[in-house]
Design a protein around this ligand. Structure first.
Ligand code: NAD
Ligand code: MLT
Length: 316
């Protein structure tokens, strides 16, 4: 059986698949048109976030049984198109949780202590002592989405003495209790938080969750962190609020359009940015590669599906 890997993936995944007898081809520079041709004859496709597994590409496949996403977010895969062809879409949800939460945490510190700005000033030979940061201790962080990443963010925030409140309509009260997080509604979260950290998937419900209207409910000193998905924050509204001094800052790892190279947000000193690096650690990349390789092997060899996202829809 043949597996095509179309994005950069740690070699552990290739080793696992080869050991299990799969033919593995790696081709990370294919254009969409080339992938459409190349996909024929493969039983599985493994992607990260660069490859867009569009309907066009999925429809062009002839033997494809599974698409594996080495990571959490599957917004680069047309799941309805895969379902219509009986192709199972699986992700590797747990492997990059710690890295993503640590990245959001690091962004919160960087923003509060002016680290990126100070770093670039000093490297340009400017000893600037006027930059004034804030402490995190005792501040309130509002976490939106208390799943894997949000929960770890909550634990770390507790660890440094922050008050943690959260909003997640889909979790059980008991989970919040165990995390020692007070569940509140969105309006209360907006009103009380000094920091707001987003940890939700991009869905129709979360699209532009942070917008002109919701920003107007926030404290003037709020700092917003988005290490979840672009599009959850309305970047136009965010820019306007930052520029007008209606909020204090933002730290962003993800954007409406990626790669983001040209945005007024990049000109603001109170904005800290990274180019979607939340899962870019050695550990996370090995974890997700191993996780997805094992899942693909299990699916193709034994017909057992773990972390399948559309299996029940296919079975209907
Ligand atoms: P998860 O599925 O474990 O958690 C998501 C949580 O969001 C769930 O608890 C769900 O109930 C909640 N949720 C869904 N809709 C909501 C809504 N409308 N309001 C409030 N809560 C809502 O996912 P995760 O593994 O914790 O990942 C969270 C996000 O982080 C995802 O978007 C994922 O793609 C992203 N992520 C980004 C990086 C990165 O590199 N920046 C790395 C890992 C994960
Ligand atoms: C994810 O959804 O897993 C992260 O955004 C990381 C990635 O895209 O690889």
């Amino acid at each position: 059986m043949k597996v095509l890997i179309s994005d950069k993936l740690e070699k552990e995944a290739v080793d696992i698949l080869k050991q299990k007898g799969f033919q593995v081809d790696i081709n990370t520079e294919l254009t969409p048109e080339q992938l459409k041709e190349k996909i024929k004859g493969y039983d599985a496709l493994i992607v990260r976030s660069k490859t867009k597994a569009t309907k066009d590409i999925i429809d062009a496949s002839d033997k494809l049984k599974v698409i594996g996403r080495a990571g959490v977010g599957v917004d680069n895969i047309d799941i309805p198109a895969a379902t219509a062809k009986g192709i199972v879409v699986m992700n590797a949800p747990a492997g990059n949780t710690i890295s993503a939460a640590e990245h959001a945490f690091a962004l919160m510190f960087a923003l509060s202590k002016n680290i990126p700005c100070a770093n670039s000033l000093l490297k340009n030979k400017k000893w600037e002592k006027k930059l004034l940061g804030i402490e995190l201790y005792g501040k309130t962080i509002g976490i939106i989405g208390l799943g894997r990443v949000g929960s770890h963010m909550a634990k770390m925030s507790k660890g440094i003495g922050m008050e943690v409140i959260g909003y997640d309509p889909l979790i059980r009260e008991e989970k919040a209790k165990n995390l020692d997080v007070k569940l509140v509604d969105l309006d209360e979260l907006f009103q009380k938080s000094d920091f707001i950290s987003l940890h939700v998937p991009r869905t129709p419900d979360t699209k532009k969750l942070i917008n002109e209207n919701t920003i107007s409910k926030m404290k003037k000193n709020v700092r917003i962190i988005n290490c979840a998905r672009g599009g959850v924050v309305d970047e136009g509204a965010l820019y306007k609020a930052l520029k007008e001094g209606r909020i204090a800052g933002a730290a962003l790892d993800v954007f409406e359009q990626e790669p983001l190279l040209d945005s007024p947000l990049l000109e603001l000193d109170n904005v800290v940015v990274t180019p979607h690096l939340g899962a870019s650690t050695k550990e996370a990349q090995v974890n997700v590669a191993v996780e997805i390789a094992n899942s693909i092997a299990l699916a193709l060899k034994e017909g057992k599906f773990q972390n399948a996202l559309n299996l029940s829809a296919i079975k209907k």
